[in-house]
Design a protein around this ligand. Sequence first.
Ligand code: ATP
Length: 235
Amino acid sequence: MLELRNVNAYYGNIHALRDVSLTIDSGEVITLIGANGAGKSTTLMAICGIMPVRSGEILFRGEPIQALRPENIVSLGICQVPEGRHIFSELSVRENLDMGAFLRRDTANIKRDIDHVYSLFPILEQRHNQPGGNLSGGEQQMLAISRALMARPQLLLLDEPSMGLAPLVIKQIFSIIQRINQESDTTVFLVEQNANQALRIANRGYVIENGGIVLSDDGDKLLDNPDVQKAYLGI
Ligand code: ATP
């Protein structure tokens, strides 16, 4: 579904992505793990068209997308839940969800999709009239994921959904991500510092260090890999 081929990207003189190559097949959950500043968010931003790609290619269903504008990439079916959620805090929960459907023209199906995200996250239905800014951190993450789902993505990109959340809420969020993958036929690319939880739900994973991919394997094999255990799992 998605392929990065030798992607290089820079912030001024900082070489943030170094020949990054990876593949994501339709229906998979793929995770990218790495330390602070390794290049995880930059990889997602390059896929979304926010970070310019200096060389290399990004192919979605075989077509190059690295020169497209972000809104055109969303229209193709790629949607990101950004790090820090970035919900519209003054808008209500329902209005945030409507914003997620902004580019859609099939208005008749939007109400059905709102009901679907309310079934995934019943707390959002209870809070549908409340400003997004009044929600707890976990609820805001649920809202950010739901807003992305309202764009009906084929490929959902999640940037550190566990950040700043309590362990119980993290468990809930990861189990819903798995449900979204399985029930809605949505391919998931999950970027995480919480390597343990991310690898548990991933088919395959990649490890990024200093802007370059250093390792890739099945999720369960990475969990058993002594180098990964030492560097990312605290074992
Ligand atoms: P984190 O978990 O902290 O978000 P990350 O793995 O997502 O880390 P990136 O945010 O992709 O890492 O950063 C990759 C590199 O690019 C780091 O060296 C970082 O300092 C640098 N960088 C990121 N954003 C900018 C920016 N706006 N300007 C300059 N350098 C940046």
